[in-house]
Design a binder for this molecule. Structure first.
Ligand code: CAA
Length: 393
């Protein structure tokens, strides 16, 4: 007879520790009390949520992964992902404004020297300072190696020229990790990463981009014209920028995928409540199989995505390269959130399509998860590469 093994026997457990449950509850309470009441208004006006960011900062819900030696909480990726799901359940626009510091700071954590970490990270803990991640360009989004921004070494300095776009929080950032070519002839091996103070002469925010969803997050384009930074701002060695960017995205994609789960969970809860209340043909619509099967699929797919997210974050915390699992999680959770939010609008019928009800916002918000931090197609490309050309640990 086959024996069902317990978690203890297999070493596998889905149980959260008391500290993780507490952290998740804190994030849920914050989302409920501080984020949700602002969500509709900030969405409408595309407001940078400076007040909510300040409160999240005060409560320690920002900058979760800064090393303890620098005064940070050094939370594992898993705990960050728990926080991410809850904040995004509140509003993914506001949550992305809060969480994007994780993306901005990650290259410094991954590749910075002790001096660089000391210079750039502790100030993020002292005040709600914003940092951002400057990878995408007008003609190079998915294909990172096509970037044309350059950084030319002149003595003890580098001079940067080029433009970046679709950069989360750039319009409010104190500094941005800018990826630029130090050796344009070398393709991806010619890319380097620099910390660029956004008040340096020659940095010009060109515009705040008016988005369909996640409108409470600033997304900006900026130009770099003869921007001079000290050579000490180079992260890692010249030519290591591409790999620093990839390692950063391996680390952040589970958190982004968790955000997609949070949005889907919010849409699911609203759809369930509405299905219980709305009556057609003398019964609540939850009694109609056409509706309750949709709800059953939503629940199953949300759970499946959550498990992929948990696995990818867990794997990362084991010190393993989680490229494949991060892309599984990001691809599946983003596509799932899109489908679940579309179905939630369908459950609401005509009401789902009007702004007075919250599900149309969730549908608009969900779309961005299929695009930023690598489109769903790029995730498939990464997955296929990992299958056919595995790189090992
Ligand atoms: N970890 C470490 N090294 C990696 C790696 C990883 N995850 N992935 C690739 N590499 C290494 C490879 O081993 C290879 O090394 P060698 O030079 O030693 O051979 C090198 O990097 C090049 O790899 P590829 O040949 O796979 O590179 P590619 O040019 O074919 O591109 C790609 C790969 C996966 C498509 C990559 O370009 C990519 O991830 N694109 C999407 C970018 C993205 O996610 N952009 C979003 C920007 S951030 C954002 O959206 C946030 C915001 O603020 C809005």
């Amino acid at each position: 007879m086959t024996q069902v093994e317990t978690g203890a026997a297999t070493g596998v457990s889905f149980a959260l520790s008391p500290e993780q449950r507490e952290l998740r509850a804190l994030a849920r309470e914050f989302a409920e009390k501080e984020i949700r009441p602002k969500a509709a208004e900030y969405d409408e006006h595309s407001t940078h949520p400076v007040d909510v960011i300040a409160k999240a900062h005060e409560l320690g819900l920002m900058n979760l992964h800064i090393p303890e030696s620098l005064g940070g909480a050094a939370l594992p990726a898993f705990d960050g992902m728990l926080v991410g799901e809850e904040l995004n359940w509140g509003c993914s626009g506001i949550a992305t404004s809060i969480g994007a510091n994780g993306l901005g700071a990650a290259p410094v954590i991954i590749a910075g020297t002790d001096e660089q970490k000391e210079q750039w990270l502790p100030p993020l803990l002292e005040e709600p300072i914003i940092c951002s991640f400057g990878l995408s360009e007008p003609d190079a989004g998915s294909d990172v190696a096509r970037m044309t921004t350059t950084a030319e070494r002149r003595g003890d300095e580098y001079v940067l020229n080029g433009s970046k776009t679709f950069i989360t929080n750039a319009g409010y950032a104190a500094w941005t990790v800018v990826f630029a070519k130090t050796d344009p002839g070398k393709g991806h091996r010619g890319i380097s990463a620099f910390v660029v103070p956004m008040d340096a002469p020659g940095v010009q925010i060109e515009k705040h981009l008016d988005k369909m969803g996640q409108r409470a997050t600033d997304t900006s384009a900026f130009a770099l014209t003869d921007v001079v930074v000290p050579a000490a701002n180079l992260l890692g060695e010249e030519g290591e920028g591409f790999k620093i960017a990839m390692k950063t995205l391996d680390f952040t994609r589970p958190g982004t995928a968790a955000g997609a789960v949070g949005v889907a969970q919010a849409a699911f809860e609203l759809a369930v409540e509405y299905a219980k209340e709305r009556v057609t043909f003398d019964v609540p619509i939850a009694m109609h199989q056409g509706v309750n099967f949709m709800i059953a699929d939503m629940a199953t797919e949300i759970e499946a995505a959550r498990l992929l997210v948990w696995q990818s974050a867990w794997l990362h915390d084991q010190g393993k390269r989680a490229t494949l699992q991060s892309s599984y999680a990001k691809r599946f959770a983003a596509d799932m959130a899109m489908k679940v939010t579309i179905d939630a609008v369908q459950v609401f019928g005509g009401y789902g399509y009007i702004k007075e009800y919250p599900v149309e916002k969730l549908m608009r918000d969900a779309k961005l998860f299929q695009i930023y931090e690598g489109t769903s197609q790029i995730q498939r490309l990464v997955i296929a590469k990992e299958i056919f050309l595995p790189r090992g640990d």
